[in-house]
Design a binder for this molecule. Sequence first.
Ligand code: NAI
Length: 250
Amino acid sequence: MQMDLKGRVAFVTGTTSGLGRHFAKVLAAAGAAVAISGRRADRLAALRKEIERDGGRCADIVLDVTDAAQIGPVIDRAEEALGPVDILLNNAGMSANGPVADISAPDFDLVMATNLRAPFLLAQDIGRRMIRRGKGGRIINIASITAFRVLPGSAPYCISKAGLAMMTQCLAREWARYDINVNAICPGFIETELNREWFETAKGKAQVQSFPKRRLQQAEDLDSTLLLLASDASRAITGSLFTVDEAQSL
Ligand code: NAI
């Protein structure tokens, strides 16, 4: 089974930190040319240099995923630089935390625009291109175990991730005939900018002790699933929601 991505082009959102940064390097190391995107131009440029220094092909493109009007032009730029996109990795995400009674409408909207609408619009734009090209493709959404299990204090986040899980299945069903495979990875808790402050609190530390392995996961734990879903090895896998969480959700 081939997990080699030579000759493939991947577009990744939210690559200026955490998992997105890590995933971009993993895809590049597997041979894909990678269009990295995010809001912080300086961090994108630094990551592009790092990937190029390691022998990869890379284009860095500023994209705020909530800006729907930018999506088409940005994918045009990525394709001009690297060629048609074969793999979309919807990674960018954020949370608005607090009791449900205190969540404001703008905060709710921002979580939905980032975690749900943006992956949909990116998949729609890139999916249309894949359909026109007729060579299939791969769309990978980074959901979460909170798609299935309540994380108290993060209702908008959980709701958005549950929506993303269903979106994965809707698109997979509709695009199976075009060989566009759409899957989601549902990771457990991994320490990143998203949650670092929380895991430094006493309650955060107690939460880690409640996990079966009494530890946070590492970004590297997701690499094998990512490469499987990005590559030819997952030809028959579509509409699947892969929990990779060291049993945290059980
Ligand atoms: P992170 O905060 O380090 O990364 C999220 C990235 O998304 C950041 O680079 C951020 O700037 C970017 N982003 C947010 N809003 C954006 C926007 N409007 N436009 C462009 N980029 C935007 O956190 P992490 O953990 O690396 O998160 C990556 C993905 O993994 C997210 O979708 C998150 O929900 C998901 N995830 C994370 C888990 C964890 O425990 N760290 C567990 C399960 C899922």
